[in-house]
Design a protein around this ligand. Structure first.
Ligand code: CA
Length: 244
């Protein structure tokens, strides 16, 4: 039986071991975690408030988010809940103080991938991070391609004609879904359910989907390239190479 190994080129474009967002308001903890993770080869970004963290989560892609629950302003649980509702699937490892473990960790439900009680040893943090990243990678589809469009799902990178395309989290998920179902028409209702993870379609949601599709199209189907993202009037969308 062949052994399923990660493609050797998967991380070739990015020499580091992945991007980690650290959301932590205690400067000393944040600095120590950043230093430790950087020395392990991770690309680390630190945010100290819920608001700035939330903005970053919505505009950039990370392989993992390290989330302190006790933050000034919008706290960690709020961020986690809202980002999951918005369909952001990035693995989250929660950091929490000992006295808040009981109820709050119960309340995490499926929102967090794992949690760690403060204070923690760096070696323990690193082991948890590696475990969460491993789980995330095996659960995700590996590599998708159509024409000269390539998607590395685990690394969350997209290239068209060998050039990197920068997508938001939602655009990425949309593209992955459409590409995974390439040559099959995907209805808006399906996108509502599978990408937006909402139970019912609405006019507003349909408009949001249309806006995302046109943004995605502008980034993927640049002038001069073969059109990949097509609208099927009254039905939905399909990713396929244009017939010559
Ligand atoms: Ca804190």
């Amino acid at each position: 039986m062949p052994v399923a190994a990660a493609p050797p080129s998967a991380r070739a474009e990015r020499p580091g071991r992945g991007r980690i967002l650290v959301v932590e308001d205690e400067q000393k903890v944040a600095a120590a975690v950043r230093e430790g993770l950087q020395s392990e080869g991770y690309d680390v970004t630190v945010e100290t408030t819920g608001e700035t963290a939330f903005f970053r989560i919505n505009t950039e892609r990370f392989e993992l988010i390290l989330l302190d629950l006790g933050l000034p302003g919008q706290d960690g649980l709020d961020i986690l809940r809202v980002m999951r509702e918005a369909g952001v699937a990035t693995p989250v490892l929660v950091l929490t103080a000992r006295d808040t473990v009981g109820d709050r960790v119960q309340g995490l439900n499926s929102g967090a991938d794992d949690y760690l009680v403060k204070p923690f040893a760096f070696a323990e943090l690193l082991a948890r991070i590696q475990a969460v990243l491993r789980r995330g990678r095996t659960a995700e589809p590996q590599r998708l391609a159509i024409g000269d469009l390539e998607i590395e799902a685990a690394a969350r990178t997209v290239t068209r004609g060998g050039k990197a395309v920068d997508l938001t989290v939602k655009e990425f998920e949309l593209l992955v879904y459409l590409t995974r179902h390439a040559r099959h028409v995907v209805s808006r209702d399906t996108l509502v359910r599978e990408v937006w993870r909402e139970t019912a379609a609405s006019t507003t949601l349909n408009n949001i989907i249309d806006v995302h599709v046109s943004r995605l199209r502008r980034k993927i189907d640049r002038e001069g390239s073969v059109k990949l993202i097509h609208t099927v009037r009254g039905v939905g969308f399909v990713v396929r190479e244009e017939e010559p």
